[in-house]
Design a protein around this ligand. Structure first.
Ligand SMILES: [Mg+2]
Length: 218
């Protein structure tokens, strides 16, 4: 079996301590968000339709405030330390958000060392209302995270996530780190995962499973 690993990590509620994207949608589109978000959580409305309807109801004039809000989001403990540890193992670490990729760069103050790429939606705020697009669109998702797997043929995958936008990806990964709602979705489907509270928990397990330089020498 291949020993080439790729890590795909969610952003909102995973790298950020709180579910920031939902908080932003709720603040800037309170009525639509309160109507549609529960339907996306109970899987009766597609992420594609729900997120697009909410995002595109928001006036572009609010975009700078959205960026300001996300740039103050607390980051989960151990994230930067884990990246430092992974750098020694040369394992690609991709951040893939069901939200907006520019929000990730705003929260992390750029692209931190150790992060290979950031994937997510792009926002056009040149018109009166926001317009969103994504290179990873599928029939039901704006950011179909599973589509990234095709870019790494012959690899094994580790995913890290917390919610509904990570579900399809988690079903396809070799190792899953999960918290929050994602854990319930996986339990319902009898899929094994490692629960985590912070990135130190993840680093300890990754170190044991995929990153042992001393074993490579022997
Ligand atoms: Mg999330």
């Amino acid at each position: 079996m291949s020993d080439k690993w790729v890590i795909l990590c969610d952003f909102d509620g995973t790298i950020t301590f709180d579910e920031t994207f939902v908080a932003i949608l709720t603040r800037f589109a309170p009525v639509l968000a309160s109507e549609l978000i529960p339907q996306m959580y109970d899987l009766t409305l597609t992420l594609k339709e729900g997120v697009r309807r909410i995002m595109e109801s928001i006036e572009s004039v609010h975009y700078p405030e959205m960026l300001e809000m996300i740039s103050a989001a607390p980051i989960r403990k151990g994230f930067f330390e884990m990246l430092g540890g992974l750098a020694a193992c040369h394992i690609p670490f991709l951040i893939v958000t069901g939200g907006v990729s520019e929000f990730v760069r705003a929260a992390l103050k750029g692209v931190p060392e150790g992060v290979s790429s950031i994937y997510g939606m792009t926002v056009d705020h040149s018109g009166p209302f926001l317009k969103i697009s994504s290179n990873l669109e599928s029939e039901s998702e704006l950011v179909a995270k599973v589509r990234l797997l095709d870019q790494f043929p012959g690899s094994r995958f580790i995913c890290i996530g917390d919610s509904v936008t990570d579900l399809q990806l988690a079903l396809r990964c070799d190792i899953v780190f999960s918290r929050g709602r994602l854990s319930s979705y996986l339990e319902d489907r009898k899929i094994d995962f490692f629960p985590f509270e912070n990135f130190f928990d993840i680093a300890r397990i990754l170190d044991r499973i995929i990153c042992q330089p001393s074993l490579e020498i022997s």
